[in-house]
Design a protein around this ligand. Sequence first.
Ligand code: ZN
Ligand code: FE
Length: 239
Amino acid sequence: MIAVTVIPVLKDNYAYLIRSSDGVTAVVDPGDAGPVIKALEREGLTLDYILNTHHHGDHTAGNKDLKTRYGAIVLAPGAERDRIASSDQGLKDGELFMLGKDEMRCIETPGHTAGALCYYFPESKTLFTGDTLFLMGCGRLFEGTPAQMYDSLSKIAALPDDTLIYCGHEYTLDLLDFCLTVEPDNPKLAERKAHEIKKRKQGEPTVPASLALEKQTNVFLRAKTLEQFTEYRRLMNDF
Ligand code: ZN
Ligand code: FE
């Protein structure tokens, strides 16, 4: 089993420190090296790997400093490697990677960017989704079509319901308000809103959430057809 530490970076990004059961370390999406270094020092650790979900700067800007400081190996989506500074190795859809004794599976999820990857740890039932699936939402379609994103979200939805979702940004409350405009009578949404507001008031991140809860409340996962999904995505852009 892996252990995950949430590291707030930049304005509303999350990087994640992962420790494998045998002590191998990785950081997901270091948009800034400083807070990651602090988190490592607090726990007395060094860094073995960097995992980028996609090429955007708010997920990769810390690569270079962390690689220089720790000699960490930078793993990036294969299709975006040429756009990710300091990347050492490209990973592709379905590829298995051993983080120490813990198996990680790469799931290609185009839509937000053309080659975005989610990183899945089956035994720990943990998924890092970057800007593909947010709690209560999904990423903007910068490089992909609605059909690609719909397909990508379907791949995520097929994972076990008790999978824990760790996403790239703290957007949950804003996105939740959007979901309420689509499903104002969904009792699970009102319940979740109260719960997430409480967490934020206590200074806690809303991540992680279970895939089951997302399926009950995130309208982008609840869209029954591509047409419905496309309409939600369009409405969200103007929200
Ligand atoms: Zn992004
Ligand atoms: Fe982002």
